[in-house]
Design a protein around this ligand. Sequence first.
Ligand SMILES: C[S@@+](CC[C@H](N)C(=O)[O-])C[C@H]1O[C@@H](n2cnc3c(N)ncnc32)[C@H](O)[C@@H]1O
Ligand SMILES: [Zn+2]
Ligand SMILES: [Zn+2]
Length: 666
Amino acid sequence: MSNESTTITRSVLRHLDADALTAAARRESRSRQWHLPPTSVYRWWARRTETVTGAIIDAVATDSPKGDRLLIADPFAGGGVIALAALLRGHRIYAQDVNPWAACSLGTMLRLPAPSELDAAADRLYEANAHHLASAYSTTLADGTPAAVCNTLRVATGSCPQCQATLRLFPAALVSLTKRVDRGGDTGFLACPAGHVQLGTATKRSVCTTCGCYIRPSARYTARRIVKCALCHWSGKLTELATDTGFKWEVVLVERNSSGSSPGKRNREIGPPTQAELTAADDENWHPTRQLPAIAAGMETTTLVTCGMRHWHQIYPDRQRVILEALLRSCPAAADGDPHILRALETAVIGAAEMAGFLSRWDPRYLKAYEAVANHRFNFTTLATEPNVWGAFGAGRGTVERRLAHMAKASTWLEEQIGRPLVVEGPRPAEVRRSAMPGMVDARVVIGGSQRLTVPAASFDAVVTDPPYHDDVQYAELSDIFRAWAGGPTGSLSGDIIVNRHTDGTDTVAYRQLLTEVFLEARRALRPGGHLILSFANRHPDAWIALFDALQGAGYQAAGYAVVHSENETDHAKAGRRACTLDILIDLVLRQVDVEQFRPERPPATIEEEYCYRVGEFALRIGRLGEEWAKDFTRAIQQSSFLGEDFRKEPEAGAICLDRRQNSGA
Ligand SMILES: C[S@@+](CC[C@H](N)C(=O)[O-])C[C@H]1O[C@@H](n2cnc3c(N)ncnc32)[C@H](O)[C@@H]1O
Ligand SMILES: [Zn+2]
Ligand SMILES: [Zn+2]
């Protein structure tokens, strides 16, 4: 027996305390930007937690024969959490992603300028555009105090197909409170069913002073995207009212801010637009010069296309386009010749493009704007808000001013954690000649499909990664909102591993094939005895089948599995539809080694955990999955009550997550 213990491979997952990790990961996912400030540098969707990723890397290091500085690889780097987790622990990272927005922004995140340099550049950027910003947003409060427009709320309008009346398509009666509900706000602007807006109570029924009809504050007018004409009672689909160039929009409310009596305080006022504010918001008075690319119809972008938005610039009012264009144009001068400052400024300005004035939703109770993408999908709304791109006296979400301030904080934080600036190679394309990472390089960032990695054989101590989630998150489509501004190509990416039923017909077979290629390449680049540890979550059997087949096909066998908390379960669109809140971690080694497998010690505590254990038990068979395993697997996991009825009747590919579409209401 004593001989054997030197040759048997054990899973690194045995070092994890899954329950403690779950508790810590939950805390992290509720306050991400405090836990890991650099993630505020760029948007990526479904980022995993540093808590879990870091624990995996620590576990790898515990078993490493080599000493303390490992080279970790993440071939699906996305939001860069694994890269950060490795660097924070003093390891080196090789990070690659097929999506240029992710890879380039990751490079920016790892090489942020010093806060003082960023602040100075932000001032220069502001100064260069002060004149534009003033003509776009300067205003006054009702009492004459100088102020800035912080948000401009517009309602979509359309012509009734039956009586030709102009319909103002308010999604709900409550347009906006005047004070946040949690600060005692109970009055606000309400719309009657005919679209007349008036100030009144938001707590009980009132009567429209224009047409005499009742206004119920809780009424929804566009539920399931069906609209009604209050005059002739025509009723039909919202999309029927979109013209070839989208909806028409009418400004209904403006949020203004002024600096308050003491530093950090602000005065806020919400009310109907003044004539001057209407003029400043009017498309006629703004002349953008950049045409952005066409919106490629895909699983997520279809919502936009059916609402008449054909090009990316059509999701913005002209004023917002002009300001974004002007800011982007002045980034090089504001960066004063420093390429890292330039990248940081551009990342902040392009990042602000996610607050698109015809897609950003207004929260009428908490008085804030939301990004165009919510819960991994584009959210078309008929009450959209155009935020002040720069920010008004520090107010506003997602503004350039805020993004730059967050970057400065992230820069300080990273420097404090690591103690010195990182040495980063790249981002460089995946086609470059393969070369070893010199010892002084902390991170190499590569843009391109990980079917080709840019290192020689046996370079990595471990591969720690989250493979793409089958069809769950359409990264290429979602990131087009940024890629459109960044200037490179948009639309599908060559080598992207994603199932998308709307675009090029990539199916589960292609998904498995591409994954196999990446895992094979990772195997080449992994040192002998190295582990590949991945986390994955999915409700669809086909996704797991493809993943397991790909791993086995690339020559791996399972060393163990564990189940930990993954995403933020307060994510509201997912509530009530049994989203996955747990990830399965799978530890893999190359085949033909003796393995003592690891599995969770305690019995499952929830139905989701029970589901994960079922999947995990099959994962342990990777390396020796027989011919008929997929059928057994499908049968076994369909019996899990976690899946409910969803996949019992149609387990084959193409039936994936049919319930998803119902969550994208206007
Ligand atoms: C699940 S995400 C990774 C998330 C990341 N760990 C995080 O915490 O943000 C999967 C990533 O794989 C990328 N991807 C898809 N196909 C790829 C390929 N062939 N090569 C490299 N990256 C790919 C996607 O762009 C996406 O960023
Ligand atoms: Zn009508
Ligand atoms: Zn009315």
